[in-house]
Design a protein around this ligand. Structure first.
Ligand code: PLP
Length: 239
């Protein structure tokens, strides 16, 4: 087991990310205040997450329902907003709807309907993002760009779901130009969706950019970046 990361190290990592976010925003002629920092805290324990929650993090993002439920029960996120950012199975929707401010990873009409049903049962409106598989990768979740208009329309017909934007994870290990190309394509989809004028739809968040590429994402218009490794260090997958 590696030693747990200290509060000082976390603070230093977060300060450096904030600095890099500000530089990228300045290069793009944007205000850094309009870009939210989501800490992707999968596989990091409740104590570590709680330390980070006391620092300059806007939002926490979790990928696994069980982890989210356990860390939430342990009070790990303090008063910070919580997003679900992983692949969500319909049989776990009950544990997530109403428990998070935003489900970023809605990637099918089937999942959308399950969220609508549970939100209706709880008499609340669940905010969501639609996840786009912008690189068309077999291994990734997300809808194809061509499916976006239909899913937006399906969501507009769900009174207990509000679409607040788009999320994407582009292919890893591409060069800078290709990486920016994927983000630019997302930006175009975001802008197109913005003009669709559908009810229950308000294109506010463009969630893209991780530890390895968040500056490119900001240069191309992201206003929500999800960062794990650069905040917490490497994840241990063998626990
Ligand atoms: C893990 C994860 C991140 C953060 O990835 P890092 O490369 O560690 O910054 C962001 N988004 C999603 C959906 C993730 O699963």
């Amino acid at each position: 087991m590696p030693e747990a990361i200290s509060r000082e190290q976390l603070a230093q990592n977060i300060a450096l990310i904030r600095q890099r976010m500000a530089q990228a925003a300045a290069r793009a002629g944007r205000r850094t205040e309009e870009i939210a920092l989501c800490a992707a805290s999968k596989l990091h324990d409740a104590d570590t997450v709680r330390l980070a929650a006391g620092l300059d993090i806007d939002i926490f993002g979790e990928n696994h329902v069980q982890e989210l439920v356990a860390k939430r029960a342990a009070g790990a996120y303090l008063q910070k907003p919580l997003h679900f950012i992983g692949h969500l199975q319909t049989n776990k929707v009950k544990q997530v709807v109403g428990a998070v401010q935003l489900i970023e990873s809605v990637d099918s009409a089937h999942l959308l309907q399950a969220i609508e049903k549970q939100a209706a049962r709880l008499e609340l409106v669940q905010d969501i993002l639609l996840e786009v598989n912008i690189g068309g990768e077999e291994s990734k979740s997300g809808i194809a760009p061509q499916q976006l208009p239909a899913l937006l329309e399906a969501a507009a017909a769900c009174p207990h779901v509000q679409v607040l934007g788009l999320m994407a994870v582009p292919p890893a290990d591409t060069d800078d130009d290709a990486n920016r190309g994927y983000f630019a394509a997302m930006r175009r989809l975001f802008e197109q969706s913005r003009t669709c004028g559908l009810p229950q739809t308000e294109m506010r968040w463009l969630s893209m950019g991780m530890s390895g590429d968040f500056e490119n994402a900001i240069l191309e218009g992201a206003n929500l970046v999800r960062i794990g490794t650069a905040i917490f260090g490497a994840r241990q997958y063998d626990r």
